[in-house]
Design a protein around this ligand. Structure first.
Ligand code: GDP
Ligand code: MN
Length: 396
């Protein structure tokens, strides 16, 4: 699960990470009030306005603006709130900005130049370890740095069984070329970021940029956190952080029905049980000349309701020209799935596209019989190859 920058910063703050003071606003008026309060609390005269959407690259798209006084806060908030923000990560249609944060500006001028650092923690699946990545070349062009000068990315692997060792945090901070108070602050910063990463069961924490301010404070200017969905049951209070308006509506509906659904661009909808079989089915659709319209795993416990929910979701995609249902009956019985298909078909009413059903495994014959006797426009195939041929026919 993805969360917003302001939510990520609240969490990190509770782990002792230094973040700029921030307030949330959904209108320019509230933004102005927020700025006045920030002035009271921090004496900042310069404010930063940042669009809160689930995508990075906001700076490049005009979603991060600096206001030098309260009047500018109003004007800039008015520009950003409600805009369709297009960034390198949103796709060409962009994302609507519903809220912004107003923050104190922490790039205050001082004796030495502030510098932007990159820091992230994630899982290195190949090594079975967490990895801390850091670079002195933080800021908006880190993707280019990683691609063109990968030697500028420092990596430190952490064995999750023993956790982050003090020498490792020191090693990364030294490698960033820091000294004195900045070095000390960075060691604390890295230690706290790693603590947060483990404590909240994140799959990724990325801070870009981390600012070394002119007074040697080390501050998280941006924050991106991905939470591991499989661990959300351990963090019931995080469920409230979910912002469904940022997610694909069909994917939200699917997850409510316990379906694992990813929308794709093709013309053959597929409903399968098990991720592996779903992948194989998508390959088969391609071999038969079609393109999968989605990935949909109805899970091991598929029943009439999940089948119907899956049908409804697939049918909402106007590109779908045929539906292939490929179920292997193990714990789930094929006759139940077949009844589910027949029932869903009747409940939904007019379905104008061909439906090809392949049921194999437990009670496959009973399932095929139910479909044949239903008199509906459902084609039953036994072999995978037959199913592929049916898809091919359906598309001509
Ligand atoms: P992103 O573009 O979505 O990654 O958003 P960021 O939060 O990383 O902001 C983009 C850029 O805006 C940063 O790299 C900074 O250069 C600049 N920026 C962000 N916050 C501040 C701030 O408080 N003060 C100043 N002066 N610049 C900031
Ligand atoms: Mn950033």
């Amino acid at each position: 699960m993805n969360i917003h920058e302001y939510q990520a910063k609240d969490i990190l703050k509770s782990y002792g990470v230094v973040v700029p003071a921030q307030k949330l606003a959904e209108t320019p008026e509230v933004a102005v009030n927020a700025a006045r309060q920030l002035f009271e609390e921090t004496k900042t005269a310069v404010f930063v306005l940042k669009a809160q959407i689930h995508a990075g690259g906001r700076g490049k798209g005009g979603g991060v603006k600096i206001a030098k006084n309260v009047e500018e806060v109003y004007q800039l908030a008015d520009q950003i709130i409600g805009m369709q923000l297009v960034t390198p990560q949103t796709g060409p249609e962009g994302k609507k900005v519903n809220k912004i944060i107003v923050s104190e500006d922490v790039y205050y001028p001082g004796a030495s130049e502030p510098s932007e650092i990159y820091l992230s923690v994630l899982l290195d699946r190949a090594k079975g370890c967490d990895v801390i990545m850091a670079s002195t070349e933080g800021g908006v062009d880190i993707e280019e740095v990683a691609e063109q000068t990968p030697e500028k990315i420092i990596k430190e692997w952490v064995d999750p069984k023993v956790g982050l060792q003090a020498y490792q945090a020191r090693k990364v901070a030294f490698a960033l070329g820091l000294e004195g108070l900045a070095l000390k602050n960075m060691i604390k910063f890295i230690t706290n970021i790693y603590k947060a990463y483990r404590g909240i069961d994140a799959s990724q924490v990325e801070i870009n940029p981390v600012l070394k301010a002119s007074d040697d404070a080390i501050i998280a200017v941006d924050a991106k956190i991905n939470l591991d969905d499989n661990a959300l049951y351990r963090h019931k209070d995080f469920i409230a952080l979910r912002d469904e308006s940022e997610e694909d509506p069909l994917e939200v509906e699917a997850s409510k029905s316990g379906l694992n659904y990813v929308k794709l661009d093709g013309n053959v909808g597929c409903m399968v049980n098990g991720a592996g079989l779903a992948m194989a089915t998508m390959d088969m659709i391609k071999l038969s000349g079609g393109e999968p319209a989605n990935f949909l795993d109805v899970g091991g416990g598929a029943n009439a309701q999940t089948v119907e929910a899956g049908f409804r979701i697939i049918l909402q995609d106007p590109n779908v020209k045929a539906i292939l249902i490929n179920i292997f009956g193990g714990i789930v019985r094929c006759d139940r799935v077949a009844s589910g298909v027949v029932e869903a078909y009747k409940n939904i009413g007019q379905i104008d596209i061909p439906i090809i059903v392949r049921l194999q495994g437990t009670n496959a014959e009973e399932g095929a019989k139910i479909i044949e006797e239903s008199g509906l426009r459902v084609v039953s195939a036994i072999l995978l190859k037959d199913a592929a041929d049916c898809v091919k026919e359906a598309l001509v």
